[in-house]
Design a protein around this ligand. Structure first.
Ligand code: ADE
Ligand code: ZN
Length: 335
């Protein structure tokens, strides 16, 4: 079997995906017209041209602006459904989806509009596309902790629909410790926890995510390599990293894919996973991220299978479900 087909068809999980980051320019235009929201680009092409970023913040500015076209439950439903169809075509069998309620509630969109649209599409995807899912609600770290507290209270009415909480948006200057209390409250309510850390921020932010927020997983975490004792900690505690290679290139965390430290993290024996982050903005979904790494580092089929196994081991699913998916990977890879 050709390597491209192997990557395309091996069962995979995606664990780091912002649903707002799957808003393709065509969909963005369609919704802007339908909802009468004007945008400052004349065409899909002009919008795509604007997707050149110098760093995380330059991306976030455009990403939050784009999210402004999402107005009603149907918009959130269609956004999610379109992503699920792409995931299905890449044989993604389980997704853990981030959503940022504050991006929408700040604009006067009700929390329930957002979550119902996303959740209904995910439920349908589970039934009709055989893609299992969980939802992770992220707090925007550039806003005060009090706003995150308010968002957490709103989420309590939808507790049965939300598996975990996370932390995203502008990392520099907004350390995880700023959100210690809200994460503590979330954990008491039974939410699992993750946080973006060590994307642009220093290894200390990863330590804080582990110690202050008591996260089960680190999103990105690529700067962990700068701290040997941190690598030891991540290894000993089997804390997974959800790495997003194409995102890191687009946001200039690494200049080129060959300079990415994925292979070094992988060779350390860490539980690293490969994900797409905001695929509509970064030029690729999960398969394109696997392919970029395979190309750059000449990854073998065993390496690819190990990355796919990691994706299920790192997922918020039962051990039985993990075993079932991993068994499918083993059988697939042995064919
Ligand atoms: N929100 C969406 N994508 C993000 C990223 N890569 N880092 C932080 N916040 C984000
Ligand atoms: Zn992210």
């Amino acid at each position: 079997m050709d390597m491209n087909v192997f990557i395309q068809t091996i069962p995979k999980a995606e664990l780091h995906l912002h649903i707002e980051g799957t808003l393709e320019p065509e969909t963005l235009f369609r919704m802007s017209e339908r909802n009468g929201i004007s945008i400052k680009y004349d065409s899909v092409d002009a919008l795509r041209q604007a997707y050149r970023f110098d760093n995380l913040q330059s991306f976030l500015d455009i990403y939050y602006e784009g999210a402004g076209v999402l107005q009603n439950e149907t918009d959130f439903y269609e956004l999610t459904w379109e992503y699920l169809l792409k995931a299905k075509a890449q044989n993604i069998r389980h997704v853990e989806i981030f959503f940022d309620p504050q991006t929408h509630t700040e604009r006067g969109i009700a929390f329930e509009t957002v979550i119902n649209g996303i959740f209904n599409a995910l439920s349908e995807g589970s039934r009709d596309l055989n893609i299992s899912f969980c939802l992770i609600m992220c707090f925007l770290r550039h806003l005060p902790e009090s706003d995150a507290m308010e968002t957490l209270s709103q989420a309590l009415d939808f507790k049965d629909k939300i598996t975990g909480v996370g932390l995203d948006s502008s990392e520099a200057g907004h350390p995880p410790s700023k959100f210690k209390r809200v994460f503590e409250k979330a954990r008491k309510q039974g939410f699992l926890t993750v946080a973006h850390a060590g994307e642009e921020g220093p290894p200390e932010y990863i330590w804080e995510a582990l110690q202050d927020l008591k996260v089960q997983r680190i999103d990105h975490g690529v700067r962990a390599l700068e701290d040997k004792s941190l690598i030891k900690e991540l290894k000993n505690r089997r804390i997974p990293l959800t790495v997003c290679p194409l995102s890191n290139i687009k946001l200039c965390v690494f200049k080129t894919i060959r300079e990415h430290n994925f292979k070094k993290l992988f060779d350390q024996g860490l539980c690293v996973t490969v994900n797409s982050d905001d695929p509509a903005y970064f030029g690729g979904y999960v398969v394109e991220n696997y392919l970029a790494l395979q190309n750059a580092f000449q990854l073998t089929r065993d390496d690819i299978a190990q990355i796919a196994v990691n994706s299920f081991n790192a997922a918020f699913i039962s051990q039985d479900k993990k075993d079932m998916f991993i068994d499918q990977i083993k059988k697939f890879a042995a064919e």
